[in-house]
Design a protein around this ligand. Sequence first.
Ligand SMILES: NC(=O)c1ccc[n+]([C@@H]2O[C@H](COP(=O)([O-])OP(=O)(O)OC[C@H]3O[C@@H](n4cnc5c(N)ncnc54)[C@H](OP(=O)(O)O)[C@@H]3O)[C@@H](O)[C@H]2O)c1
Length: 157
Amino acid sequence: MISIIAAIGKNNELGKDNQLIFHIKEDMKFFREKTNGHKIIMGHKTWDSLPGKLKNRENIVISRHDFEGPDAIVHDINQFIDKYKDSDEEVFVIGGGTVYHQFLPYAKTLYLTEVDKADPKATTFFPEFNKSNYEKAIIKKGSEDDLVYSIIKYIKN
Ligand SMILES: NC(=O)c1ccc[n+]([C@@H]2O[C@H](COP(=O)([O-])OP(=O)(O)OC[C@H]3O[C@@H](n4cnc5c(N)ncnc54)[C@H](OP(=O)(O)O)[C@@H]3O)[C@@H](O)[C@H]2O)c1
């Protein structure tokens, strides 16, 4: 089973200059708890934006290239999708924009932290999707500093 996890702004903003836009401790905690012990798959740029491997998770990176660091590198995204889209094992797609875009049609569940703030300088965006095709459950609402957010689980009908 493929799940997506992301934090997005009012206009689906994901990132700016290869960094995150929103830093919400509660969102980070949710991300850690949700993905702990699972395979996480990310694009090469997202990997480059991290300080290193995220511990207690199998770090898989999608790239056309080979390099040191991650637990595994996937060159063929379709092979990965075929392997996991109907599996019992839940794997988490953790970004960035190009990778969310490619996995969205195959993801059964989306965990989105929706932040009620826009950033006109954003450079990467979460893809548009039709919310009427998903059942929506609010996991948590909160605010931190000036950021009001809702953590929402979308399950595809
Ligand atoms: N808000 C959030 O929740 C969140 C989460 C994650 C990331 N982000 C942000 O998103 C931004 C990065 O996202 P991005 O869209 O620019 O880049 P990305 O999706 O992280 O990485 C793009 C790279 O992944 C590789 N790739 C993607 N699809 C591939 C395919 N089908 N086959 C082979 N390789 C493939 C390519 O690497 P090669 O060039 O090596 O082939 C490509 O250049 C950053 O600002 C980051 O902070 C935000």
